[in-house]
Design a protein around this ligand. Sequence first.
Ligand code: BES
Ligand code: ZN
Ligand code: ZN
Length: 490
Amino acid sequence: MKIQATDKTTLTWTGDTLAVGLFVGGVTVTGELAQLDEQLFGTIKELIAETEFDGKAGNNVVTRVAGDAPVRKIMLVGLGEAEDFKLDSVRLAAAAIARLAKSQRSKTLAVSLPIFDNNPALTAQAIAEGVTLALYQDRRFKSEPEETPLKLETVELLELGDQKAAIAKAEQICDGVILAKELVGAPANSVTSVTLANLAQELASDYNLEVEILEKEDCEKLGMGAYLGVAQASDIPPKFIHLTYKPQGTPRRKLAIVGKGITFDSGGLNLKTGGSGIETMKMDMGGAGATFGAAKAIAQIKPDVEVHFISAATENMISGHALHPGDILTASNGKTIEVNNTDAEGRLTLADALVFTEKLSVDAIVDLATLTGACVIALGDEIGGLWSTDDLLAEQLKTASELGGEKIWQMPLEEKYFEGLKSQIADMKNVGPRQAGSITAALFLKQYVNETPWAHLDIAGTAMIDKESGVNNAGATGFPVRTLVNWVCS
Ligand code: BES
Ligand code: ZN
Ligand code: ZN
């Protein structure tokens, strides 16, 4: 399927399906829409009247145009209130159009949506992202082909001129989002620390990145006791993965993205029980998935920024040599941790990953982690939690997420709550009281970053969804690859 922008208008395009976005209050058929309606023998007016189409977001209708009109089907897509129009409104409308065109068995599709913020390039990029992601389906583990495969051959974005660069950027970003989706969506018998390390090697050779894989012995030498403690019950060796993108010339800034890479979280000896969602815990490498997805996109977009992509990958398993609840581990910065709950393993692996990352002297670190059920309770599956020691970094991430259409909400790093992590015997415990569980998790991570501006994104709710929402179909979302790419490239 090819996506291309064009100077053609709703009046000059001919083909299968023409989709036109309309605001609430914009459903009166005047001007260009009236001219189009005339070409289509009054079908638009009839469609609006018969379906009571009102332009509200999510209200989308389609009908066949009689006779030999220049288009076979006309689709009207609600854009909501004009004053609420955002870049993501464009992306969501494009996703809705693509899904409807697919179900209508359309071969050629034209999309006519308003230009966001006088920026045709950004508008074209968002449409291309919406279309590509909405049509993506993970069929890798199905043995039969889809019963009604996609017929769509071309998608033309009307009145946007030539947007080759913007559409190419959308494709590069979607490449990254889809890699993250495929990593998170694949089960734990297919994505392991070893396959993640192999993937990193492949990304490095395909896209000219530097790659460093630290084996267990290397991690031992660096004193990564917290990470290795989690890894010790697994039969699969831990792999500490470090990919680096370096631009040509002097980088404008140096950034690091660190992803939680637990390829399966059984809970350890604090075993996850029935009803705890243990069968969904292949998603516990959602942070690593988004990290490598972002790497794939960024390596293609080539910003003038150096970016480090890091994940301390392992499983959290049980065996005769598993961590005992109560064990004391020493992280690579010398801090000791009483592991009062082996199911709070992500923060243990991230502790050593953050200490390693800070030694790279970057300007900012962002970590991504499917860290706490508490964050899911607080923010649900549409909104990621954000914690940061740096206001500027937090604002940069909020802007990047708004443009990317991936919602995040800043939560407090309330120091008082660190009292809940005090241990009688070690420097800290890995788990505090039930209250404010996502905040104490963030406060735990904060112990492992000294000076560098740092932000933590808890993506436990957003990495995977049960039913279609926005541009995503049910399953892994690739959250927050678009945000990360926007942040790095800003
Ligand atoms: N991987 C889980 C968090 C999680 C929960 C991710 C739901 C995705 C969906 C994490 O390792 C975990 O088990 N956290 C515990 C922490 C608790 C023991 C303090 C939790 O949230 O229950
Ligand atoms: Zn856990
Ligand atoms: Zn986990």
